[in-house]
Design a protein around this ligand. Structure first.
Ligand SMILES: [Zn+2]
Length: 542
């Protein structure tokens, strides 16, 4: 064996064993409502960040959520943990809390207090307490030494909090009343670097600003306004240009609503994240974690539809915003020294009216009709009284004792199931017992529904709608197990990634395990796997 001085030996072994794939930073980007095929459709409009991901990244084109209730909170929690709702417990954005007898959001926390970065706020505090698992960010922070920094930002608390996990250094979201916020669950007061950015960049500077198409009209696909347009947010017009303003002439809630449905909010988030990352410096340790949930596509496409010029323009501008973000990270961390992962929390359905025009069986389901039919049915079989507590998304929650009454009276249960199926647009009705038993071999929708089921939080009765039938007053929505809602992109770029197009079927729950592998940490419970196809092989040291 060759002899060497102790310090030199140590240095040599460090060089040999350091894994060149380990990134200095992990940047997890979630584009709310980015359906996978929107990339095929719109990528010819892009030239910056999204384009860079498509051309320089590992692009998994066949990623599907395995569960049924594809909404924002379950999506972000599944991306962040690598698990499904039956494991992490975030079953919907809002569900009926049987003990509190009220609808709760997935992140509200009465033990925490809201911390405002601006005007005083009256919202409840928020936390990740309802998330039953730790996230990738939590595990990076807990397992590595020195502890990497964790920051996460989004317009929506459920997105920012799921990405940042239980103990981020900085997490912020935009309160609808018009101020950036965090919660005492995360920090006792404002975080200095976040406060500094917000003070220097008041959102109100965008009051009176015009949002118009970024590209010439002939670069946009489809009609404008979208077929089936229902209503627009904060008195925004049906077509471009959109001037962010309010009848009051002042930046009030109408303006803040519009701002959150404009590309300026995405630009703000990326710029704020980069500012806070720069303040941290990322000179030692790592991989540091940056989570950004870009929400405006979801907000805009709920109002204007996924094929609208507005949705296309949000992505054209997100392409530029991500281009700027990556350029900033190249400067801060070094090109190729960080890993970006981009995915979406769910897809979206076409507007029913447009689908009908194309000869597709589609429509809007009436919540009132569902509740009325359920009450009629149970009044008939169980007797008079109120039987339904709440209908939340596709979950029917029953008053205390009513479900037990149905269990004891199989005819009443069968009658309820049959009666609900007479409501136009209803495909199938599944009981809580069936979901818990999970005997759905060969039944894909049943299996998807079971993966969304969390005992105590999910409803007593689950009502599955037919494809292209939605329950929403918005122009369109998402939330089913159909592929327009479950099919999303999964993309990686940078340190440790072998670029290319990948066509095997994968899941967004594979994102956290893959990033955990690159970071060298272990997640406690996942249903995903390391996407080893896209991990760059180690280059042997010469
Ligand atoms: Zn949505």
């Amino acid at each position: 064996m060759k002899r060497c001085l102790a310090a030199a030996c140590l240095l040599a072994s460090a060089v040999l064993h350091a894994d060149a794939r380990t990134p200095k930073a992990i940047v997890l980007v979630v584009v709310d409502q980015l359906r996978a095929d929107l990339i095929d459709r719109y990528q010819q409009q892009w030239s910056k960040g999204l384009h860079r991901l498509v051309t320089d990244g590992a692009w998994f084109r066949e990623a599907y959520y395995p569960y049924f209730n594809t909404v924002t909170c379950p999506g972000h929690a599944s991306i962040a943990t690598g698990a499904v709702p039956s494991q992490h417990g975030m079953v919907l954005n809002n569900w009926w809390d049987r003990d509190l007898r009220k609808l709760v959001t997935c992140t509200e926390d009465s033990h925490a207090t809201i911390v405002s970065y601006g005007k005083p706020l009256t919202s409840m505090g928020e936390s990740a307490a309802r998330m039953q698992l730790t996230t990738l960010a939590d595990e990076i922070r807990a397992q590595l030494s020195p502890s990497p920094h964790v920051i996460a930002f989004s317009l929506k608390p459920r997105s920012a909090i799921a990405l940042g996990g239980h103990r981020p250094d900085a997490v912020a979201w935009f309160d609808d009343a018009g101020a950036w916020a965090t919660s005492t669950a995360f920090s006792p007061g404002p975080v200095a670097s976040v406060a500094e950015y917000i003070k220097a960049h008041p959102v109100e500077k965008d009051f009176g600003r015009t949002w118009d198409r970024a590209l010439p009209l002939n670069r946009y696909l489809y009609e404008s306004p979208a077929i089936g347009l229902q209503r627009t947010k904060g008195e925004m017009t049906q077509t471009f240009p959109h001037i962010l303003k309010s009848p009051s002439g002042l930046p009030d809630q109408v303006f803040y609503d519009q701002w959150q449905s404009s590309p300026f909010a995405d630009e703000y988030l990326a710029s704020m994240a980069l500012h806070v990352a720069e303040k941290i410096g990322y000179t030692t340790g790592g991989p540091h974690f940056v989570g950004i949930g870009f929400s405006t596509l979801d907000k805009v496409a709920h109002d204007y539809g996924p094929f609208s010029h507005e949705a296309q323009d949000i992505l054209i501008r997100l392409d530029r915003t991500l281009g700027d973000l990556f350029a900033g990270l190249d400067r801060l961390v070094g090109p190729g020294a960080y890993t970006v992962a981009l995915t979406a929390d769910h897809g979206v359905a076409p507007t029913p009216e447009r689908a009908i025009q194309q000869g597709i069986d589609a429509g809007r389901i009436s919540v009132q009709e569902l509740i009325a039919r359920a009450e009629e049915s149970m009044t008939k079989t169980l007797g008079a009284g109120t039987h339904v507590s709440q209908l939340a998304h596709d979950y029917l929650y029953l008053e205390p004792g009513v479900y037990e009454g149905l269990q004891a009276n199989p005819t009443a249960m069968r009658t309820l199931v049959a009666d609900l199926k007479t409501v136009p647009g209803v495909l199938r009705v599944i009981t809580r017992d069936e979901l818990a038993a999970n005997h759905f071999d060969g039944d894909s929708a049943g299996r998807q529904s079971a993966l969304s089921f969390f005992q105590g939080r999910s409803g007593d009765i689950m009502i599955l709608f037919k494809p292209y039938w939605i329950e929403s007053l918005n122009t369109t929505t998402h939330g089913s197990g159909y592929q327009y809602d479950t099919h999303v992109p999964v993309m990686f770029m940078g340190a440790g990634i072998a670029k290319g197009e990948y066509l095997m079927r994968v899941s967004p729950t594979d994102v956290a395990p893959t990033l955990a592998f690159l970071a060298g940490v272990t997640l406690p419970l996942t249903s995903g796997r390391v996407l080893s196809e896209a991990i760059a092989p180690i280059v042997p040291h010469q």
